[in-house]
Every structure is written in structure tokens, then in C-alpha cells.
Design a protein around this ligand. Structure first.
Ligand code: BTN
Length: 277
């Protein structure tokens, strides 16, 4: 664990060999946007990691924006899945990334088990997944993943993780819905360590998607925190409500509906709106 002011050690990120180039910004509108610009350069060495200490216009899934409070982690990875041994365009790449960040948090935290940490509500404190790819702890959102496939097959994987900020610093309407590693553990968390652990695990998980998808698929379901909950899935105008049966091996959401057990591969669990996080 390290002091709050340390954000990213770029030479260390580079020397890990996980990425070919790193761009680090003190302040940036969006790492996702910057990675998109870099993708227009046909000579860009890949994978490219873009990190920012502060984002002023972070983007979330759909029309959502993403709040990156001071001290939180924002990164985007521009990569070619094929170069990393993973088929291009798989919807489960984003779930694989969520598993990777959960494993990275667990590996780089040497404190007590997540299940014993104080929690802000009566819900489970377990660190896990909310379909399609949100990271939750203590019943609140800790992080989110955004994967975009570009027409030439390259992918941009964005990760926003609430690390060293405080939920109380977030816009009022978000405060009760999110948590941060610092709020949960009382400690600052090293962004370089977390990023290295994430990249290490991500490369494994992407390879598993290509070669051993079934065993990674089992992890999706094990980490799913929504088992047994009544969920409503929105797909355009259509809303389907059912009891969550977990996450299928291929990353789909399984719901027990009045029409029987169904698996969904697209949609959102939030009513359509333009909110943040
Ligand atoms: C979500 O909606 O849950 C996904 C949020 C993804 C946010 C990250 S922060 C780093 C990267 N840059 C962005 O503008 N968005 C992603």
C-alpha cells in the first residue's frame, strides 16, 4: 500500500512487458476517447495503455457518463484480441475483464477477507459481478467496464474503478449507489499495482476465452451477485422480468420468466436514461 498522491509509475507499467506503449495524462477528458484517436494511427504499437489521474468527461455504457472522482482509477487498453489469443468481437470480453479486475483487487489487497469488511448497508459485502459487467462490493458499484470493438477489429477496453476517492465526494445522486476501495478498506490502493495485476489477469482471461471458455464461464456465474434476485431486463421497448438464475457460460444473463428459463445476451438492467454510473 502507498501514499495517496502516487498514481501511476509509467516505467514500471512498461517494463512489465504487458503493453507496448503507455500514455499517462494528469487530466484528460476520456481515456476511451484518446485510445480511439490513437487507433487511427496504423503504426500504433499495441497493446496501448492510456491512463489518466483525472477524467473530466468519462464515458459509461450506452448514453451514460462516468464520474471519475479525484484519486480513482481510469484506464483504456487499445488492443487486438487476436494478438492476445482471443477471438475478436466476443461479447464476453467485457465479463472476462470484470473477472480480471475482481481477481486483481483480491490479489493486491492483503487485508481481511471482503466478507468481514464493514459495509454501508445490510447487503452482502462480497466482491462480485452484476451482469453485464459491473463490479460490486458491499451492495454498491465499485467499478465498470466498457468494451468497444472498432471496425478494423481492434478493441478498446475501458476500466473505471473507484479506488482512492470517497463516495461522499461523488455527485449527491450517486453517493448511495457507489463505493470505493478506500471507503471499504480504509486504505489507499496503489494504481500501478492494481493495473499490473489487472493486465496480468486480463491476458489470462482473454486466452481462456479463446481456449478454455467453459472454465472462465463458470467463474462468471460464481462471481454473479444477483442469483435469486428479481430483475427486469430492458431491450429497446421490451422489458422482461424474472428471477436471476445466474450467468451462462457464454456470458448471457439467465432469467426464470413466466415463459420458462431464458438466456439473454443483450440489454440493460436499468430503465433507459442518461444517468451516470
Ligand atoms: C460503465 O458504464 O459501467 C462502464 C464505465 C467505464 C468507464 C471507464 S473510465 C476509463 C474509460 N474512459 C472512459 O471514458 N470510460 C472508461
Amino acid at each position: 500500500m502507498i501514499a495517496m498522491d502516487s498514481q501511476f509509475d509509467v516505467p514500471r507499467l512498461l517494463s512489465s512487458g504487458f503493453v507496448a506503449r503507455v500514455e499517462h495524462f494528469a487530466v484528460l477528458d476520456s481515456t476511451q476517447q484518446r485510445a480511439r484517436e490513437a487507433a487511427t494511427n496504423p503504426f500504433e504499437p499495441l497493446p496501448l495503455l492510456v491512463v489518466a489521474d483525472r477524467q473530466t468527461a468519462g464515458r459509461g455504457r450506452g448514453e451514460n457518463s462516468w464520474w471519475t472522482g479525484d484519486g480513482n482509477l481510469a484506464l483504456s487498453l487499445l488492443f487486438d484480441p487476436a494478438q492476445l489469443g482471443c477471438p475478436r468481437g466476443l461479447p464476453s470480453i467485457s465479463l472476462a475483464a470484470s473477472v480480471a479486475i475482481i481477481d486483481a483487487i483480491t490479489a493486491s489487497w492483503d487485508g481481511p477477507s471482503w466478507d468481514t469488511l464493514p459495509r454501508p448497508s445490510s447487503s452482502t459485502s462480497r466482491l462480485g459481478l452484476h451482469w453485464p459487467n459491473d463490479v460490486y462490493a458491499a451492495g454498491r458499484k465499485l467499478g465498470g467496464v466498457l468494451v468497444e470493438a472498432l471496425p478494423d477489429g481492434l478493441h478498446i477496453l475501458g476500466l473505471g474503478l473507484n479506488t482512492n476517492g470517497r463516495a461522499s465526494d461523488a455527485p449527491r445522486e450517486l453517493q448511495s449507489r457507489l463505493t470505493t476501495l478506500r471507503d471499504l478498506t480504509g486504505q489507499p490502493h496503489d494504481h500501478t499495482e492494481l493495473t499490473l495485476a489487472f493486465l496480468d489477469r486480463l491476458i489470462d482471461c482473454l486466452r481462456m476465452l479463446g481456449a478454455n471458455a467453459d472454465s472462465l464461464g463458470r467463474r462468471f456465474d460464481e462471481l454473479c451477485l444477483q442469483h435469486g434476485q428479481m430483475l427486469t431486463l430492458y431491450q429497446g421497448e421490451r422489458a422482461t422480468t424474472g428471477r436471476c438464475l445466474g450467468i451462462a457460460r457464454d456470458g448471457g444473463l439467465r432469467l426464470e420468466t413466466p415463459a420458462g428459463a431464458l438466456t439473454f445476451h443483450s440489454g440493460t438492467l436499468q430503465p433507459p436514461r442518461g444517468a451516470v454510473q
